[in-house]
Design a protein. Sequence first.
Length: 193
Amino acid sequence: MTWHSLQPREERWRCLGQRPVIAWLTGLSGAGKSSIANAADRALTLGGRKAMVLDGDNLRHGLNGDLGFTARDRAENIRRAAEAARLMAEAGLVTIVSLISPYRAERETARRIAGDIPFVEVFVDTPLAVCEARDPKGLYDRARAGEIANFTGISAPYEAPRAADIVVTTEGRTVEDSAAALIGTLTRLSAPL
């Protein structure tokens, strides 16, 4: 008998004292996705949950370091991130993915990859002007100057979710306030079996 036949994934989740969930945060660059993901991770961890953040910037330095920003590369970026999230969730973690993920079809692919793992699409709905004002790296200025091609919101489209599970607004709110609905949802969905 193999280990998996003796220890089904649900038993692993019981041992961890939680159920897995994948939260997929989408929005423009500078919307606040990473800040909200990290706040949720911190709150969940302090509450005794085992969580992990997969952030677009970090993924592009490692797992997806060979990808550019063409439509094909963006699709592959999302696919790889979704597969990694699925593996982490199978291990029992609450997995919080923070990626621009500009296309509805790619986000739907991520949901399909999640399979029977609960998948929560979170739209971090921040106006473009606010995102540009927050931009610490000057990426929007560089994109407007033509120095960065295929920049979402400037020279490449962003398709807002039509029916996100959670819509988070950040304008005029603290990170903690913006993250509150996500934290509550993930705490509820990851409750022990």
